[in-house]
Ligand binder design. Structure first.
Ligand code: ADP
Ligand code: ZN
Length: 726
């Protein structure tokens, strides 16, 4: 398995659950798997298609995606085709011919084919290794995306009793799961429910103010990255796309009201990295297989957590870091409420309202965004600090609410924990009402203890206490408030509690994610991206199909200089190595020649390879840097050294940068005014980037590109995390 995986896909290890799923398939067992987006579902059936004799038939609902999936498989050297209504008769008979000859390892079909008797007759005459049902939730009426044509799959196991069936989906509650298994008649399948945690996604919520400019700023800081911005209305989509375009961003709009032709064109431009940003309503989503979406921004509050999780799920499918940013304003709530209030069915309306409140809590409370999302889906996230959300990384300012919390809890305790939210708040606010007087609650010590703050404040506070599990509601019809263990500790001063301050804190740490994503050479990445784009255009496929961002990033860490090093890069299988290996090696070599100081980590023959090798100390390359070092030590300026050595000033600067990074006792005070150094250092932390452009912009001309570069090298001397702690 490992061998084939390396050869075909270029991967050296499995993602979670892939291995057991594949083992079960190879043992001809049925499988039902819920894996999150980016979890690597396609490998689970594509790898068996390479190992098992016969054709693996994949049932997939989206005709628009089949071509890309087949293209991607073919790029890896898998013999793959598809059958759907978009093919003309000649193309179709070619596919049938290949199928009958046994030449196809992988065949994608649309579900409706399963009720076409002539197709089924054909299938019965060929050797089939496996049926893989993609997006299996479409078969269940309980799922969020039921498709009647999927019902044709209910016969699959009775029509083909000897062939294993593996069903995959990214979303299925246990109820939907049972329904799918029953409908398809899976035979005591091996069931996997993977974690929904997307460890490479960074979650952040920001206060929405002037959202268009806020988004523009964000995009400027994420130059050359691909992303989606969701807006609720079509008008807002068009307006924002226009605004961004006017400011030089390659942005396109997408909503259901645009002509089909234009939608298709825009989606393709996005997929092919021609447009960097897609501004869209939620109509844009299904059928986005693009793996290098680096950010998903919500400019308006989504209507529930399911939608938010699904939409943000489109970021970072390649496993590389990606950013999910929600701009939140309480002003968005009434609009959503208005729609919900229009729902006729009482029960449905209640559910929708409840779901809305859950997303509001997500956006406004002081709890780890990741653990909140996961908890929503019934998953317990064990870590105290996820390391990849704005809360856990301290990007937001908090205020201590212990005293107010104690006031509420004391009122609860003194009334025997037998009253609900409204009554408790009435007590705290000192309401002069009959019920309070009757119960003699105006006599307790906390009566009126919080009257200096308005009711809204106390409602928010109670909500916060509920969300942070300090108090809980007990009872269905007339729920009463009770303390939890945590609440008791806070009440008796053993613990404190904080809430989010609505003002945003500026400072941001550099750390991203708990997985410790390693930096890569961004300049080289730009070059390789351009090359990838060129090849993709020639092949007429989206760039991420040639190599994923993840694969390019790895090249930009290890600078593979020959075919055997190249082969060790994750995502470079035999076919891609043969097709593109040399082109990329050439580009990398050219880059190294132009930037001798650049490669920070090299894979030499003796200190052989990564990916898990320690990224040992960085070596100074060659005599040339040495020479610069000597001259600098003698007191020459950059200009003088450049002149003496007859090299470009920028080359010398590159040498010095490298020398600083390698801690070669360069007196940086000669390069950057000492008074500025701390400020520049801090700006890297504040802006949370290693990029130079944002830093230079941040100082508005006060700091030069070179100064920023030298300070960055200084920061990079040490482990960046240590610097943050200081
Ligand atoms: P899903 O369909 O579950 O969203 P994909 O099958 O599109 O996920 O895979 C997501 C990404 O992960 C793709 O870029 C794929 O090439 C990559 N991938 C899959 N399996 C592995 C693996 N074992 N190692 C590294 N990357 C992988
Ligand atoms: Zn967190």
């Amino acid at each position: 398995m490992l061998d084939t995986m390396k050869k075909v896909f270029g991967f050296t290890s499995f993602l979670p659950d892939q291995e057991t799923i594949i083992r079960n398939i190879l043992n001809r067992k049925d499988v039902f798997a819920v894996l999150p987006t980016g979890g690597g579902k396609s490998l689970c059936y594509q790898l068996p298609s390479k190992i098992l004799p016969g054709t693996t038939v994949v049932i997939s609902p989206l005709i628009s995606l089949m071509k890309d999936q087949v293209d991607a498989a073919q790029e890896n050297g898998i013999s793959a085709s598809y059958l759907n209504s978009s093919l003309n008769p000649v193309e179709r008979s070619e596919v049938y011919r290949d199928l009958k000859k046994g030449d196809l390892e992988l065949l994608y079909i649309a579900p409706e084919r399963f009720v076409m008797s002539n197709f089924l007759e054909e299938l019965k005459t060929v050797q089939i290794s496996l049926f893989a049902i993609d997006e299996a939730h479409c078969i269940s009426e309980w799922g969020h995306d039921f498709r009647p044509d999927y019902l044709s799959l209910t016969h699959i196991t009775s029509l083909f009793p000897d062939i294993p069936v593996a069903a995959f989906t990214a979303t299925a509650t246990v109820k939907v799961q049972d329904d799918i298994i029953k409908k398809t008649g899976l035979r005591t399948p091996y069931v996997v429910r993977a974690s929904f945690n997307r460890h490479n996604l960074f979650y952040q919520v920001k206060r929405k103010e002037q959202v268009e400019s806020q988004i523009l700023n964000f995009i400027h800081e994420h130059e050359n990255e691909s992303g989606i911005v969701y807006r609720t209305t079509r008008d807002a989509v068009l307006k924002l796309a226009d605004f961004l375009s006017k400011h030089g961003v390659r942005a396109l709009p997408y909503h259901a009201g645009l002509p089909a032709e234009e939608r298709k064109r825009n989606q393709e431009a996005f997929s092919r990295d021609e447009a960097a940003v897609m501004v869209a309503t939620i109509a844009f989503g299904m059928g986005i297989d693009k793996s290098n979406v680096r950010f998903v921004i919500h400019a308006d509050l989504p209507k529930n957590i399911e939608s938010y999780y699904q939409e943000t799920g489109r970021a970072g499918r390649d496993g590389e870091p990606a950013h999910c940013l929600l701009y939140f304003s309480r002003g968005d709530i009434p609009k959503l409420k208005y729609f919900i209030d229009g729902i006729a069915d009482d029960k449905e309306r209640e559910i929708a309202t409840d779901k809305l409140y859950r997303i509001i809590r997500y956006a406004s409370h002081n709890i780890c965004r990741r653990s909140y999302l996961l908890e929503y889906f019934g998953e317990n996230y064990p870590a105290e600090n996820c390391g990849a959300c704005d809360i856990c990384t301290g990007m937001v300012e908090k205020i201590d609410i212990t005293i107010d919390a104690q006031i509420i809890m004391s009122a609860m305790l003194r009334t025997g924990q037998r009253f609900g939210i409204r009554h408790t708040i009435d007590i705290v606010c000192g309401a002069n009402i009959k019920r309070i007087r009757e119960l003699r609650h105006d006599k307790i010590k906390t009566y009126g203890a919080g009257k200096h703050k308005d009711k809204k404040h106390w409602h928010f506070l109670v909500d916060e206490l509920l969300v942070q599990d300090v108090i809980h509601q007990d009872g269905d019809k007339y729920p009463v408030l009770k303390l939890t263990k945590k609440g008791i500790d806070i009440l008796y001063g053993k613990e404190t509690i904080a809430a989010l301050k609505t003002e945003e804190k500026k400072k941001r740490p550099l750390a991203l994610g708990d997985e410790g994503f390693t930096p890569y050479d961004e300049y080289l990445f730009e070059k390789l991206r351009v090359l990838r784009k060129k090849i993709a255009e020639e092949q007429n496929v989206p760039p991420y199909i040639i190599f994923s961002d993840r694969t390019l990033h790895e090249m930009c860490r290890y600078y593979p200089g020959n075919m055997s090093d190249m082969q060790r890069i994750s995502g470079v299988g035999d076919t891609k190595l043969e097709q593109y290996g040399e082109g990329f090696i050439r580009e990398i070599k050219a880059y190294i020649n132009e930037n001798p100081g650049r490669p920070e980590r090299q894979s030499s023959a003796e200190q052989s390879f990564f990916p898990h090798a320690n990224l040992g100390p960085k070596r100074i390359k060659g005599e040339t840097i040495q020479k610069t070092h000597e001259l600098f030590e003698k007191g020459l300026s950059i200009e003088q050294i450049a002149k003496v050595r007859n090299l470009a000033k920028s080359t010398i600067e590159g040498h010095l940068e490298q020398l600083i990074r390698d801690r070669k006792d360069i007196d940086i005070n000669r390069l950057v005014d000492p008074a500025k150094q701390d400020e520049i250092k801090e700006s890297f932390l504040i802006l949370n980037t290693w990029k130079l452009n944002p830093i230079v912009e941040y100082f508005n001309g006060k700091v030069s590109y070179e100064e920023a570069k030298f300070v960055r090298a200084l920061l990079q001397q040490n482990d960046s995390k240590k610097i943050i702690e200081k």
